[in-house]
Design a binder for this molecule. Sequence first.
Ligand SMILES: Cc1cc2nc3c(=O)[nH]c(=O)nc-3n(C[C@H](O)[C@H](O)[C@H](O)COP(=O)(O)OP(=O)(O)OC[C@H]3O[C@@H](n4cnc5c(N)ncnc54)[C@H](O)[C@@H]3O)c2cc1C
Length: 321
Amino acid sequence: MSILVVLEPHNDGLKRTSYEAIGAACAISNGAPVHGIVFSASESHVAHASSYGLQQCMLVNTDEATRQESAKMAATIAEAARSINATAVVFAANSFGKSIAPRVAIRLEAGLLADCVEIHSADGSLKAVRPVYSGKARITVSATTEVSVITLRPNVFTAKQTSSGSVSCSAFTSTLSASVRSAAVTGQTKNEGTLDVSEADIIVSGGRGLKGPEHFHLVEELAKSLGGAVGASRAVVDAGWRPHREQVGQTGKTVSPTMYVACGISGAVQHLAGMSSSKIIVAINKDKDAPIFTVADYGVVGDVFDILPKLTSAISSVTGK
Ligand SMILES: Cc1cc2nc3c(=O)[nH]c(=O)nc-3n(C[C@H](O)[C@H](O)[C@H](O)COP(=O)(O)OP(=O)(O)OC[C@H]3O[C@@H](n4cnc5c(N)ncnc54)[C@H](O)[C@@H]3O)c2cc1C
C-alpha cells in the first residue's frame, strides 16, 4: 500500500497546492510510503518537497505538447499508481486536478472523492468531507473501491514543513500514453504575470457595483497593493467586463484564500458558493442589507469609488506595492 501525490511544477519548485497535497497525504498515510509524480525531468522541482514529507518521486520526461493532453497524462498517472500499488491518488482540486483526476479514477476503477476540505483515515478506509448544495452543507464520503482518487480544495490544507532530508527520484516512462487518443491542442493563451484566483492567497473581486469595465483599475490597484489576484462576479463576466477565468462562484472557480475582498458584489448564493470558505472576508458595499455582509468578517458600508482609492493608498504606503 502507498499513496501517490500528483505534483505540479512551478518556477524552480512546486505549486503551493502540491505541498498542501503532500501534507494531507502524509497525514492519512499511517506510515505507508508517500510517492510523488511530476511531469518534469528536473529533480530540482522536488528539492524542497522532502521537508513537507515526500520520500520518493517519479519524474516523467514529457514535451510541452503532451503536457497539454489530459488523457495522456491521466494514462501515465494511472500506470504509475499501479506500479506502486497505490491505494490513494491525491490531486489539488484546481483546473489541472479537476481535468485529470476523473480520467485517472476511470482508468483505476477508483472512487473519486472530489473537492475535499477534510480527509481522514480510519479503520483502514478513507473518509473525506466535501461541501455540497453550493457550500450550504457538508457531507462525509468514502469510496467503496480498493483505490480512491482524491482532489483537495486549494488553500484549505496546510503545507507544513516538518522534516528534512532529500527526495529519492527515479525516471518513470509510460508504456501506454503514446497509444492514448487525445484531442490536439491547436493554440493556447498564457496569462503571463497574472495570478490565478484559485491559487491566490489574497483575492480582490469586483462586481456590478463598479458600474463598468473602465473602473476595474480600482480593483486591480487594490489587488496589486496586497499582492493578490483579481476576481469577479458572474454579472460582470457575463457583461464582458472581465474574463471568465476570474469568475468566482458556482459556475466559476471555488476559492479559499486567506483574505477575500468583495467590492460592489451583492453576495448572491451562487457567488457565496465559490468563496464562503475564505478565511477572512471583507465586503465593501453601499447597501447595508446586502447579503455579502452575512458572511463578511469585516464590512464597510460605503461607495467603492470613495473607499477603494483610500484603501489602496493606505495599504500601498505599508506594503510599498
Ligand atoms: C445557475 C446560476 C449560476 C450562477 N453562477 C454564478 C457564479 O459562479 N458567480 C457569481 O458571482 N454569480 C453567479 N450567478 C449570478 C448570481 O445570481 C448574481 O446574479 C451575481 O453574483 C450578481 O453579481 P454582482 O453581485 O456583481 O451584481 P449585483 O447583484 O447587481 O450586485 C451589485 C452590488 O453592488 C452594490 N453597489 C452598487 N453600487 C455600488 C457602489 N458605488 N459602491 C459599493 N457598492 C455598490 C449594490 O448594493 C449591490 O449589492 C449565477 C446565477 C445562476 C442562476
